[in-house]
Design a protein around this ligand. Structure first.
Ligand code: DSN
Length: 432
């Protein structure tokens, strides 16, 4: 068989270019990370060839004896990582995991109360352009203008007013932890299910740096590739599985089902076909890595780095939403700097610094322009950056934002970024 280079030099060259881009850029997108070589080896393995619809021991295909063991290892490691009663590792992505949750817990037209996308929430939590806002009735809670934080009394009032079937927690641009007890008491008061999408913070929750939602939420979903540092994919968990007292009944036996059964069916055959066994193998590897003591040290550094960067920005007069961070990201409101998120993202891109423009709470710009940028520490922390490097990063970003259209500044900052990156080597096994 031919190697990729022999078979398809165009794709090989593009992989080389992307490797160089990752090696020589400051990767600061809060939802990205760099997986280990071991994770990539598993993901690029022969398991991509295998169909395995069903679950271990109950497949619709022969030849599943090895992939059954792989999926069992992934499930066991994930349960250990989160102290969970049950897990499903088959969702192809976070959005797929969330689709299964809707199928299990909601009927079309019922009300979801979710974190407003324009305040940091996620597309799949009721946005009008997403299936969640098209098939269900979305209502939203958001952060307070003065504090940039959630006000649980206001969320309670909102829940009482809209009587949701389900309340979702979780965001892609919220830098504070959640009060899960408060959310659960709100859900109980209005008879709603509570769902936490911990995609962004899954790694920080696994190591105990942030509180775990599992004892409080009926169901938890996540992606596996952000702070958790695995392959791209999704997962669903239940902290305490038990009888479904709210009444999903098995059609034939009349037996009340556990949530785990309902959710397994919602993933397959409800919303997906064959699982991606090569990705499940890579998830198993990543969970194994996350169970090692050094993963905890990594997450300690992720938070320390985000805090150091937030402090440095605030010292330079930047407006950090909520005044700081408890996790891996900061959201900067650039309005006092006279630069939009779009311009900042583009200018930083010219200086080998990758961030994304982001709406800030009560934004006055459209989602295509925005007034802010979101910056995360997970990827560069994986490369070995500490607080000192992150303070340097904040200063480099400031130089570009002060003069966003100056090509000389772009070129000079690019040189400094490359010099910094070269001190912290990343991948050396695909080259252009
Ligand atoms: N789009 C991802 C993010 O960047 O936060 C969330 O799915």
């Amino acid at each position: 068989m031919k190697s990729l280079n022999e078979q398809d030099s165009k794709i090989f060259d593009l992989l080389g270019k992307e490797t160089n881009r990752q090696n020589l850029n400051l990767e600061l997108i809060a939802s990205e990370n760099f997986t280990s070589k071991a994770v990539m080896e598993a993901q690029g393995s022969v398991l991509t060839n295998k169909y395995a619809e069903g679950y271990p021991g109950k497949r619709y295909y022969g030849g599943c004896e090895f992939v059954d063991v792989v999926e069992d290892i992934a499930r066991d490691r994930a349960k250990k990582l989160y102290n969970a009663d049950w897990v499903n590792v088959q969702p192809h992505s976070g959005a797929s995991a969330n689709a299964a949750v809707y199928l299990a817990f909601m009927k079309p037209g019922e009300t979801l109360l979710g974190f407003d996308l324009s305040h940091g929430g996620h597309l799949t939590h009721g946005s009008h352009v997403n299936f969640s806002g098209i098939y269900f009735k979305p209502e939203f809670y958001g952060v307070e203008k003065e504090t940039g934080r959630l006000d649980y009394d206001k969320i309670r009032e909102k829940a009482k007013a809209v009587q949701p079937k389900m309340i979702s927690i979780g965001a892609s641009a919220y830098s504070r932890d959640y009060d899960y007890e408060a959310f659960r008491s709100i859900a109980d008061e209005v008879g709603a299910y509570l769902w936490m999408d911990m995609a962004h913070t899954a790694g920080l929750i696994a190591t105990g740096h942030l509180k775990s939602p599992l004892p409080h939420a009926h169901v938890v979903t996540t992606t596996t590739h952000k702070t958790l540092r695995g392959p791209r994919g999704g997962m669903i968990l239940i902290g305490k599985d038990g009888e479904n007292t709210l009444g999903v009944v098995a059609p034939k036996s009349g037996r009340v089902k556990n949530w785990s059964e309902v959710l397994d069916s919602a993933v397959f055959p409800g919303t997906q076909g064959g699982p991606l066994m090569h990705v499940i193998a890579a998830k198993a590897v990543a969970y194994g890595e996350a169970l090692q003591p050094d993963f905890k040290d990594y997450q300690t550094q992720v938070i320390a780095n985000a805090k150091a960067m937030a402090d440095e920005f605030m010292a330079m007069g930047y407006d950090i939403v909520s005044g700081g961070t408890d996790n891996h990201l900061i959201l900067i409101d650039l309005r006092n700097k006279g630069v939009t998120g779009k311009l900042a993202e583009e200018a930083l891109g010219h200086a080998a610094i990758t961030v994304n423009k982001n709406m800030v709470p009560f934004d006055t710009e459209s989602p295509f322009v925005t007034s802010g940028i979101r910056i995360g520490s997970p990827a560069m922390t994986t490369r070995g950056f500490g607080e000192e490097e992150f303070r340097t990063v904040a200063k480099l970003i400031d130089r570009v934002i002060q003069d966003p259209e100056n090509e000389t500044v772009h070129a000079k900052v690019t040189q400094e970024v490359e010099a910094l990156c070269e001190q912290f080597p990343l991948y050396d096994f695909i080259t252009a």
